[in-house]
Design a protein around this ligand. Structure first.
Ligand code: GTP
Ligand code: SPV
Ligand code: MN
Length: 593
């Protein structure tokens, strides 16, 4: 093999991997346009990609995964630590030694007749003190082309790595896309990831959930920083000052939409602007001034396609107009473009649905796009990408916001009393499940900090890490912590809150709270807005003041049930749940009674 680096641990690992996987060819990905263009052409020649209309969607491609391989597989995702306790009760656990052996047996010889691509990538701007380097080997051009969009790839990454041993080993093998032998395994103590028998997004773009959340959350716990499933956005007020918010919502619960929101008319006129720093993952650490700073370790968006339209998220739509890979959407054969449910009211009549079968767009047949169909778009395409996107020092965080899909119970917004109570609020999050992972959709489950499938170690210890971080920040400088719920439904099952751009109305209250510019009402669960402090100008027809009052009410009977649910959850998590959180739970229980 061609040696591209003197790095001894990298060279030794590659030698060992090559001997095991037995590729016909080996290609180092250098990230140059010529190399990428050649790979696109090759993928088109084999049908792995289809080139879309060059005028309407320049440099855009369509990819279909196997029908059985369309989402993350949480039941086949494992944290492999020497003891089961280290992985904790929410993770599937396997013994590392046995698991390496099992995976090697599955992967052995599987690159025969194929090419091994070696992808050196950086999570975070190359050279930033926040950033970390990974090497992913894969036999999938689709993975290479997605990683090139989602991360920083190329020779400068190898240069930045030098001879260091601080890099994440990632092995991906398509094998036969056999779902019975599909495994997504993380080895936090070894900085290693091993993914076999899948070709879908979160299972195989190893920089994303596997590294930037599962491995990185463990690294953060050891090294004193945080890796979170959070968007990062900046809100610029009419005076030109920008405040940054990090928000954690579970998969397919609105991060991309919030991160790119367009202010309602009145706000736009007044001069408000929203800037997107990130839509899925935040790496957070304390800066020299004692405040918390966040970077987005990614370089693109792997966003949910269905529901994205000119009204809900025009910035996302603009982002996917060029250089984008679409996965599992419908293919409009009349003009060689793409379509998904909720794009517009005109489904193509001469089309193929996401599996490739002919489709006439009739709404009473099967959907055209898979509910978890996605776009992979470069961050630089986004019209509202923040000028701070590449800032190696990150952006200062004013507020953390937690939220999920709750048809009942959770109010539109409330604020925690202090840091520890905020950690409690995040720890008890619950949300209805979505199509982003295999399994039933719409079932309420506990999803602490939107990290349930992504914490690379024990959940109670992760809460402890949050509490410890709080102790190191001056309370004056600590982000304030909030909870929101855009998904409250009325008795007829309609969403009560218009959501999307109008969510800025709630963020405005949050920012005002951070600046000490607005009062709040103390309730049993925390601080809530006075209804008149949520600006409804322009949406009075959609949201009556009575409806808003209902969204801001605390139903003690429902909350008593919730307390029982939380007690059960904490019991499941065991004795690593910190005392500070048990104290918050006791206080909530007393407040409700
Ligand atoms: P992942 O990429 O899976 O982590 O998801 P995400 O959190 O970025 O979710 P995304 O923004 O893609 O939203 C997923 C779905 O939620 C889309 O179908 C949206 O239409 C819907 N959604 C987003 N924001 C809102 C909102 O404010 N109100 C309502 N009712 N639906 C929303
Ligand atoms: C999620 O499921 O939270 C995603 C998509 O962001 S995936 O990369 O597939 O995990
Ligand atoms: Mn996500």
């Amino acid at each position: 093999m061609e040696r591209k680096t003197t790095n001894p641990t990298l060279n030794a690992w590659l030698d060992e991997r090559i001997a095991l996987l037995n590729p016909d060819n080996i290609v180092w990905i250098d990230g140059t346009e010529e190399q990428i263009e050649a790979l696109r052409a090759e993928a088109c020649s084999t049908g792995e990609l289809e080139k879309l209309n060059e005028e309407l969607l320049p440099d855009c491609y369509l990819h279909r995964t196997a029908v059985n391989d369309v989402a993350r597989v949480e039941d086949r995702t494992f944290i492999c630590t020497p003891t089961k306790e280290e992985a904790g009760p929410l993770n599937n656990w396997k013994d590392p030694i046995e698991t390496y052996k099992m995976l090697d047996d599955i992967a052995r010889g599987s690159y025969k007749g194929r090419t091994m691509y070696i992808i050196p990538y950086s999570m975070g701007p190359v050279g930033s003190p926040f950033s970390k380097i990974g090497i992913e080997i894969t036999d999938s051009i689709y993975v290479v082309l997605n990683m090139v969009i989602m991360t920083r790839v190329g020779d400068d990454v190898l240069e930045a790595l030098g001879d260091s041993d601080d890099w994440v080993r990632g092995t991906h093998c398509k094998v036969d896309i056999d779902k019975e032998k599909r495994y997504i395994c993380q080895f936090p103590q070894d900085n290693a990831i091993y993914s076999v028998n899948s070709g879908y997004g979160g299972n195989v773009l190893l920089g994303k959930k596997c590294f930037a959340l599962r491995i990185a959350s463990y690294q953060g716990m050891k090294e004193g920083w945080q890796a979170e499933h959070m968007l990062i956005l900046g809100i610029e007020n009419p005076q030109g000052e920008t405040k940054y918010i990090c928000a954690a919502f579970p998969s397919a619960c609105g991060k991309t939409n919030l991160a790119m929101l367009i202010p309602p008319e009145g706000y736009k006129k007044a001069g408000y602007k929203v800037w997107c720093v990130g839509d899925d993952i935040a790496w957070i650490r304390k800066g020299n001034d004692g405040r918390l700073y966040a970077i987005n370790p990614e370089n693109g968006f792997f966003g949910v396609a269905p529901g994205t339209n000119e009204k809900s998220n025009p910035n996302a739509l603009a982002s996917v107009k060029r250089g984008t890979i679409f996965t599992n959407v419908a293919h409009n054969l009349d003009n060689n473009t793409v379509w998904w449910e909720g794009l517009d009211k005109n489904p193509p009549t001469n089309a193929r649905e996401w599996t490739g079968k002919p489709w006439n767009g009739a709404v009473d047949t099967e959907p055209g796009a898979h509910p978890n169909s996605r776009f992979t778009a470069p961050a630089k395409n986004c019209p509202c990408i923040s000028p701070e996107f590449e800032n190696p020092a990150g952006v200062p965080i004013s507020a953390f916001v937690f939220g999920g899909r709750r048809a009942k119970l959770a109010p539109l917004v409330y604020q925690s009393r202090n840091w520890n109570h905020g950690v409690f609020v995040g720890s008890v999050m619950a949300s209805e499940t979505t199509a982003a992972a295999f399994g039933a959709v719409g079932v309420v489950r506990r999803d602490p900090m939107a990290m349930r499938p992504f914490i690379g170690y024990d959940c109670g210890t992760y809460f402890k890490h949050w509490i410890e971080i709080g102790k190191t920040i001056d309370p004056e400088k600590a982000p304030k912590i909030f909870n929101v719920n855009w998904f409250r439904k009325d008795d007829d099952g309609n969403f009560m809150w218009p959501g999307f751009g109008d969510n800025l109305r709630v963020l405005e209250w949050i920012i005002k709270r951070c600046e000490g510019k607005v009062d709040a009402v103390e309730t049993p669960i925390g601080f809530m807005p006075k209804p008149e402090d949520i600006n409804l100008k322009g949406i009075e027809d959609e949201v009556s003041i009575d409806s808003l009052k209902e969204m801001l009410s605390v139903d003690k009977n429902l909350w008593a049930e919730e307390v029982a649910g939380i007690e059960e959850f904490y019991k499941e998590l065991g004795d690593t749940v910190p005392k500070e959180l048990h104290d918050c739970l006791a206080r909530l229980k007393a407040n409700i009674e």
